[in-house]
Design a protein around this ligand. Structure first.
Ligand code: RP5
Length: 297
């Protein structure tokens, strides 16, 4: 991602108008004395839910480190801290300082499951596009906050691993495990243990999320779980839950518009399955083609 765009939207989701930042002034390396970002942290954050930092301890946080159960390291490398002890967004200006709707100062870590299968006709034959490439379907949700289609991802909660978050979020948003009985929830999580046993890392790093600010930003690990035979994920029952308004299998298109950076992840998945970007060890992969075969142990 060259320059972040979606986190320079004019009106912040539940807040004020951002200070306008043109493309050429996004990078901090360009001195801009007139830059006056609006300081905004949502009441949802200052009311101090368990997922948010206590601002009174700002100078005590161990930025760029794993601090107890909270991972304050960034996939983008060491980030700088400003004169007010706040982390500085490594991708540049956003027009808002403070935390906006995000709980953590610095990186807020998420995980995004990309569950795919080939599109098949009524006879079970894989449908191909005019170039002969197999068409793909992916489980997407419609977010209630922005109304946009998105991957069923979510925040890595303090103490949780990425692998657990991938399953938990898919269970909550695409299978409504939150409202299921204890017994059903255990069943859902057990089925996801099997379904999510083998995956491919598609992306790790900064997300151009509309909630990002100059001091708080989203990062994610996006993983593809592909059902090549169309037998594994067919058995799951999709049911929107938590912050998802709708859930469905959607036919993928490289030009589709999705929440945050999700369309970029989808483009990588399409390339992967169309043989344009074969999965290979990270060290051997070309930079623009970073995918790693992965099996949980
Ligand atoms: C995006 O926000 C991530 O890619 C992930 O999909 C999502 C996590 O936030 P919530 O869905 O939990 O709000 O940046």
């Amino acid at each position: 991602m060259a320059v972040h765009v979606k986190c320079r939207n004019v009106i912040y989701l539940d807040g004020p108008q951002r200070f306008p930042v043109p493309d050429e002034l996004v990078g901090w390396q360009t001195v801009w004395p007139a830059y006056a970002p609006v300081d905004y942290t949502s009441k949802k954050v200052t009311s101090m839910p368990p997922w948010a930092d206590d601002e009174r301890k700002l100078r005590e946080f161990k930025f760029n480190e794993i601090e107890g159960l909270v991972n304050r390291t960034s996939f983008e490398g060491q980030y700088a801290i400003d004169a007010h002890a706040r982390p500085i967004n490594p991708k540049g200006r956003t027009g808002i300082c403070g935390r906006g709707l995000l709980g953590r100062f610095g990186p807020n870590h998420a995980a995004d499951p990309i569950v795919t299968r080939f599109l098949r006709d009524a006879a079970g034959v894989i449908v191909r596009n005019p170039e002969g490439h197999p068409m793909l379907e992916c489980v997407l949700i419609k977010r209630q906050d922005t109304g946009q289609w998105a991957l069923p991802g979510g925040m890595v909660e303090a103490g949780d691993t990425v692998s657990l978050t991938l399953k938990k979020e898919f269970g909550e948003e695409a299978m409504n495990s939150i409202e299921a009985s204890e017994e059903k929830r255990t069943e859902i999580m057990a089925s996801l243990d099997t379904l999510f046993a083998h995956g491919t890392v598609i992306y790790k790093g900064y997300v151009d999320d509309p909630r990002n600010t100059d001091n708080s930003w989203m990062e994610t690990v996006a993983m593809n779980f592909h059902d090549a035979n169309g037998t594994v994920f067919g058995a799951i029952q999709l049911h929107a839950g938590d912050d998802a308004g709708e859930v469905m299998w959607v036919t993928l298109d490289p030009a589709m518009q999705l929440y945050a950076s999700h369309a970029d992840f989808i483009a990588r998945v399409i390339d992967l399955h169309w043989g344009k970007c074969p999965a290979m060890p990270k060290e051997a992969a070309p930079k623009q083609c970073l995918v790693v075969q992965f099996t949980w142990v």
